[in-house]
Design a protein around this ligand. Structure first.
Ligand code: JFZ
Length: 487
């Protein structure tokens, strides 16, 4: 017969266990909308990761870690999620603004938005085909939304049911993408939103969302949840090239949290690159950091290209849409021309940055035809002219004396190859290169083998061109010079 006396130690142990919480077992919370969410307590398993300090990296160490990124110059952004289902239309009405913000723009409560999960079934999704589109376009990396602001996860997370596992499709969408990237030599990267419109403990509250279980959200619980998911992303999909944070601007996210999250990601994968939206340094759409000490490895201009580069050791990437939305919108037909997109890439490379160009797949899992056409056209150009983009650095000219741009690359043996991008074919077939002191040794047109005749004098070299431009959007003259360019 158990007596009160011999049950006492057991009762005591139970009390201790209760007080400590039960590590590893997610609690369940029901928010007022009736949406069931697993919540991680402060004592979640993620706490076992002892975050190291990565703030003492030297510029040389950083340059080594950034090398693949800096050489790549061109990547694909993919915004994909439940918002591809309404695709810009809610209850028969067109909703203004970018497609992935529909929940916010149309003030859709979480209880209604979450219905989309029941019908999300991208049966046409072919990860291998997606990666091939990127590769054939000449892109070297893919940044896909593991989670956007709506909180929905494209991977099958242990820590929430608000993910692909809870859709009719069920299967993790990131795993086949990781495999295809591995197979085709493309770096896989994750966009992960800090702002979360779904999690009941995310710090900034909007009453109309109806997702908060309590009056006072607990950002510490939310951070534990986010870190547990990042542990999944940085453990289960091989090497992750970049963790691309976003939604850092709200008041509940602080500089200290940003520093901690940066260090946390690099603790899990020390060579990974983390963008500057992890911290509070970003200066609006310009995307570069304000003065001060902030975490993050590179700047993220959005929908714009800086007027000039930023010099050695400052890394950046302009992200841009092909039409006007990131997430698929069926009625957005404001497509930029292939010419504009290619010249953007060249412009960005001439300033020493990267171009992250977006595709918003449909809810069925397909790239829009207009996107595919643009990717193919860019790929055709890159096939012939890629060496003028990959591994190059910014133009040595403050201003070029032709309508176009310039990039450069060191030649083995000490010289430099200048790549002169011509947006317009010079009159009389003569390209005049002003301000350059170094005597050119050799000039060619990419894709055309014969050397071109060089005349002129120091500060005003003249390259004799054939009558017709080999490429209507941008022809590239290579100009090999001795030593480093001097102006
Ligand atoms: C953000 C996201 O909100 C958007 O959905 C998309 O993912 C894009 C790449 O990044 O867009 C922003 C971010 C910040 C501002 C505006 C749009 N801002 O600071 O004004």
């Amino acid at each position: 017969m158990p007596t009160f006396r011999n049950l006492l130690p057991i009762a005591f142990l139970c009390l201790v266990a209760l007080a400590l919480g039960s590590p590893g077992v997610p609690a369940r919370a029901e928010n007022p909308a009736g949406v069931v969410i697993k919540e991680l307590s402060h004592e979640a398993p993620v706490e076992k990761v002892v975050t190291k300090d990565f703030s003492h990296e030297t510029p040389i160490e950083k340059a080594e870690r950034m090398k693949w990124f800096n050489d790549a110059r061109f990547g694909m952004f993919i915004h994909w999620g439940l918002y591809a289902e309404p695709a810009g239309v809610w209850e028969g009405k067109d909703v203004e603004g970018i497609g992935e913000w529909i929940q916010d723009k149309a003030k859709i409560p979480v209880s209604e938005y979450s219905e989309l999960q029941k019908s999300f079934n991208p049966v046409k999704y072919d990860a291998d085909a997606w990666v091939k589109f990127a590769k054939q376009a000449g892109m070297k990396y893919i940044v896909i939304t593991s989670k956007h602001h709506d909180g929905f996860c494209l991977f099958d997370s242990k820590h929430t049911d608000w993910d692909i596992g809870g859709t009719p499709y069920k299967k993790d969408l990131l795993r086949p993408l990781a495999e295809a990237c591995q197979k085709h030599g493309i770096k896989l990267c994750f966009y992960h939103s800090i702002m979360d419109w779904y999690h009941p403990q995310y710090g900034n509250k909007e009453e109309w969302r109806g997702n908060h279980a309590t009056e006072q959200p607990d950002m510490e619980i939310y951070r534990t949840y986010m870190k547990a998911q990042l542990e999944e992303l940085l453990t289960n999909y091989g090497d992750v090239g970049i963790v691309w944070f976003d939604g850092e601007w709200e008041s509940s996210w602080t500089h200290e949290m940003g520093v901690d999250l940066y260090n946390y990601c690099r603790t899990l994968q020390s060579s990974t690159i983390v963008n500057n939206r992890v911290d509070k340094g970003r200066d609006g759409m310009v995307g570069m950091n304000k003065d001060g000490e902030f975490s993050g490895d590179y700047g993220t201009p959005e929908q714009e290209i800086p007027h000039t580069g930023f010099g050695k050791g400052v890394y950046w990437e302009s992200c841009m849409t092909m039409n006007e939305t990131w997430g698929f919108k069926k009625k957005d037909d404001q497509w930029k021309s292939s010419e504009t997109l290619l010249r953007n890439l060249i412009d960005i490379a001439s300033k020493g940055g990267n171009f992250l160009l977006n595709v918003g797949p449909t809810a069925e899992g397909e790239f829009p035809t207009a996107s595919i056409e643009r990717l193919q056209m860019m790929g055709e150009w890159m096939e012939v002219h890629g060496e003028s983009i990959y591994g190059t650095s910014a133009s040595p000219f403050e201003k070029v004396s032709w309508n176009g741009r310039c990039t450069q690359k060191p030649l083995p043996g000490g010289g430099t190859r200048l790549y002169l991008h011509l947006f317009e074919w010079p009159e009389k077939g003569q390209l005049v290169v002003q301000r350059l002191k170094n005597r050119p040794l050799r000039a060619t047109l990419l894709g055309v083998e014969e050397p071109l005749t060089i005349a002129g004098k120091e500060g005003e070299w003249v390259v004799e061109l054939p009558a017709e431009a080999p490429n209507a959007i941008a022809s590239v003259v290579t100009l090999d010079i001795e030593g480093k360019p001097e102006m």
